[in-house]
Design a protein around this ligand. Structure first.
Ligand code: ADP
Ligand code: MG
Length: 262
């Protein structure tokens, strides 16, 4: 008799087609903050810019196979996992510029929206959380992420045009839900780069809360220079400067996130 082990890992896509809103910063540092809580975390870098990988000191040049090869050459995902030798134990699926070609190469593939989901199903049981850092677009890489995910976390920069483009993202999530992944839901909206000195920031916060209410995380990520410095040291902010307001905010977010799972 065959036994099937059902995966326990929850999969969260971090998505917003706007660039520079804090997707990668949140993917890396929420992953690290969860790992600090002794959760087993897999961070999947699904952006050809490869910033989640390089931010943890994982470089495309050092790894022959990465997510691109899993997408296009049927390399098992388990074969490309990297565990950077760090205080905070995380596992990474690295990416780099090669991944940019995957969208084109996937185009003629049958069930091309489900390729990542199939890959993740094979490793799900080994992790508590799998976090996917999406690229700043709503192309096939993001669609694969949303199709493979249980939920989507949307970082939003506290600036005047924050809401712009959000309607398009929500529409995409709805259509993925309708035709590809009926159980997908919004994990929450995360306000990033919050600047207490700027009154506009508070107005934007109020506006977003008016529309999304409880779906907005109570934890807000402040603008903090440590968060922008740590990637160049190949470290999450948790390792780079755990006392910084940025690190403390992501630790708080991880606590809120885990609490909300119950
Ligand atoms: N809370 C923050 N405080 C200061 N700088 C930040 C913060 N969040 C992100 N950044 C910086 O802003 C830039 C864009 O963030 P990033 O996470 O790469 O956005 P995205 O992945 O959505 O494009 C990066 O240079 C990053 O270091
Ligand atoms: Mg990014």
């Amino acid at each position: 008799m065959e036994t099937f082990i059902l995966g326990s890992g929850k999969i969260i896509a971090i998505a917003n087609q706007k660039g520079g809103v804090g997707k990668t910063t949140s993917a890396v540092n929420l992953s690290a903050a969860l790992a600090r809580k002794r959760k087993k975390v897999l961070l999947v870098d699904s952006d050809p810019q490869g910033n989640a990988s390089s931010g943890l000191g994982v470089h495309q040049r050092d790894h022959e196979s990465q997510l691109y090869h899993c997408y296009t050459q049927e390399i098992p995902l388990a074969d490309v996992l990297v565990a950077p030798n760090k205080k905070v134990k995380l596992t990474v699926v690295p990416s780099g510029i090669d991944l940019a070609a995957a969208e084109m190469e996937l185009f003629p593939v049958e069930k091309r929206e489900y390729v990542l989901k199939k890959m993740l199903d094979t490793v799900k049981k080994d992790f508590d959380y799998i976090i996917i850092d999406c690229p700043p677009s709503l192309g096939l890489l993001t669609i694969n992420s949303l199709t493979g995910a249980d939920s989507v976390l949307i970082p939003m920069q506290c600036e005047y045009f924050a809401m712009e483009g959000l309607a398009q993202l929500i529409k995409t999530i709805r259509s993925v839900k309708k035709s590809l992944n009926k159980d997908l839901y919004i994990e929450g909206l995360l306000l990033t780069m919050f600047d207490k000195r700027n009154r506009l920031t508070f107005q934007v916060e109020e506006e977003i809360k008016k529309h999304f209410g409880d779906q907005v995380f109570k934890t807000v990520i402040p603008r903090n220079v440590r968060l922008s410095e740590c990637p160049s040291h190949g470290q999450s902010v948790i390792e780079y400067d755990v006392k910084s307001t940025g690190a403390q905010a992501y630790i708080k977010l991880a606590n809120e996130f885990v609490r909300r799972q119950k």
